[in-house]
Design a protein around this ligand. Structure first.
Ligand SMILES: [Zn+2]
Length: 234
């Protein structure tokens, strides 16, 4: 998970003892083996502290995004969208009912001898086509409606991050669960790429699209850094 930001090779752990005290640090594998990269040497304790701080920042960003989503869901535009979709579904369902009624009447007309079998078949197939279209449209609208309602709900993976918001130590299992990759650069800067990056970026895109169409004041400083966070290790 820990990689050199410049050559992308893994970082390897080394230990040294100075004045009776032992220290561990990470360094670029390419540097240690063939000197094809610079050392990227970084103290392990300081690195862990920096990654932990970035983790906390990321959870704060996720919670901020969640608050914005909740806010969007409370906007009239959102409620209208849900209501309009619901109305359209009802219209399509009424259409389905109407064509079924027409078909019954058509059948009765044939039985009563008002139309012949040929005309019945022809008109029936026209109604069947209309019915099929209305049912398809209702199905699509239903999916749209469900998606709209779903975007109001919380995201399980964000809940998972939130449950760990107060951690004071980044244990191996936690790191493996939440972190995709940590890049170490020569100037002692690190970049952390978190899991669920794609999902988080979709949420940010969604917020941005709603914000562009219906400007509102974003809570906090309005800044979202995506799922790649940088920090200096000092
Ligand atoms: Zn390297």
């Amino acid at each position: 998970m820990l990689a050199c930001g410049d050559c992308q090779q893994n970082m390897v752990r080394n230990g040294v003892t100075q004045k009776g005290k032992s220290y561990s640090y990470y360094m670029c594998f390419s540097n240690r083996t063939e000197k094809s990269c610079t050392s990227h040497r970084i103290n392990d304790t300081k690195l862990e502290a920096a990654v932990l701080a970035v983790f906390h920042q990321h959870v704060a960003n996720l919670m901020n995004a969640e608050r914005i989503l909740q806010y969007i869901n409370s906007l009239p535009v959102k409620r209208n969208e849900v209501r309009q979709t619901d109305n359209l579904i009802n219209q399509k369902l009424a259409e389905v009912e109407r064509y079924n009624r027409y078909k019954t009447k058509l059948y009765e007309s044939m039985v009563d001898g008002l139309i012949d079998v040929e005309e019945y078949k022809e008109r029936k197939s026209a109604y069947d086509e209309k019915l099929r279209q209305a049912e398809n449209a209702a199905g699509k609208l239903r999916a749209e409606y469900d998606a709209l309602r779903k975007s109001t709900g919380s995201h399980a993976w964000i809940e998972q991050f939130k449950r760990h918001k107060d951690i004071t130590e980044l244990t191996r299992p936690i790191a493996v669960t939440f972190i995709e990759r940590i890049y170490v650069y020569e100037n002692k800067r690190i970049e952390v790429v978190f899991k669920y990056q794609y999902d988080y970026e979709r949420i940010l895109d969604y917020i941005q699209s709603i914000h562009a169409a219906h400007p509102f004041r974003l809570p906090g400083d309005g800044q979202n850094n995506g799922s790649r966070l940088e920090r200096s290790v000092v």
